[in-house]
Design a binder for this molecule. Structure first.
Ligand code: PGA
Length: 236
């Protein structure tokens, strides 16, 4: 399974290095064979060799140039980063990224062969309109995205569940995942308030290939427990 930690705007460089080293030690000690990603804050990116895959939470569709506040592949290459999160709801809804700019970014990083974790999810007002409206909304987020890209992972993250402690029911998660799986055979993660004590049920749900975790993974011990949980499910 795929277990990913999105550190967002948290942890210093020093704390991030120690976080990743703790994950690495856990993987070595336990021989867990899950695919583990950590997405540090931009200023905490670093060279890392090990089993944990380090990814960028964001980057601009450029090698370099005059894009104040952004980084490009020149900066990612320094740290051998070949994985990127695209379309996260905080970038769509807080930072104002449009589907058009997301498609541009997606194609740019796809052409470079990056592993892309592409996020989709609906806001609460859309969900309240019912399943048909909600699926149409999600479908628009697949527009212009190559769903057959071989290095694609998709994350379904309902906007109203992110950082709020709220989650859809397990039945809803499965139901939506199975519908989304009809659009792409890429691995499909669930994200949005996954916690150490809810990870097992979510990971066991139909159509769920892993989790993308924010607040619930800030404590490295909890993140490692989630990795172990995935391992236990796979080897049960
Ligand atoms: P959360 O964040 O686990 O804090 O809800 C998930 C995400 O934004 O990827």
């Amino acid at each position: 399974m795929i277990i990913a930690s999105n550190l967002k705007t948290n942890l210093t460089r020093e704390k991030t290095i120690s976080y990743i080293m703790d994950v690495e030690k856990f993987l070595d000690d336990t021989n867990c064979e899950q695919e583990v990603f950590v997405f540090p804050a931009m200023s905490s990116l670093n060279l890392h060799f090990g089993k944990t895959i380090q990814g960028a939470q964001n980057a601009y569709a450029t090698k370099n140039g005059a894009f104040t506040g952004e980084i490009g592949t020149e900066q990612l290459e320094e740290f051998k980063i070949k994985t990127i999160l695209i379309g996260h709801s905080e970038r769509r809804h807080i930072l104002g990224e449009t589907q058009k700019s997301i498609i541009k970014k997606f194609n740019f990083y796809k052409n470079l062969g990056f592993k892309i974790i592409y996020c989709v999810g609906e806001p609460l007002e859309v969900r309240e309109e019912g399943i048909d409206v909600m699926m149409k909304y999600l479908e628009l987020q697949y527009d212009g995205i190559d769903v057959n890209y071989k290095n694609l992972i998709i994350a379904y993250e309902p906007v109203w569940a992110i950082g709020t402690g709220l989650t859809p029911t397990l039945k809803d998660i499965s139901n939506i995942h199975l519908k989304l799986k009809e659009k792409s055979s890429a691995p499909l993660l669930y994200g949005g308030s996954v916690k150490v004590d809810t990870a097992k049920d979510i990971l066991e749900s139909d159509g769920v290939d892993g989790v993308l975790v924010g607040s619930g993974a800030l404590d490295v011990e909890n993140f490692c427990i989630m990795i172990q949980t995935a391992q236990n499910i796979e080897t049960a």
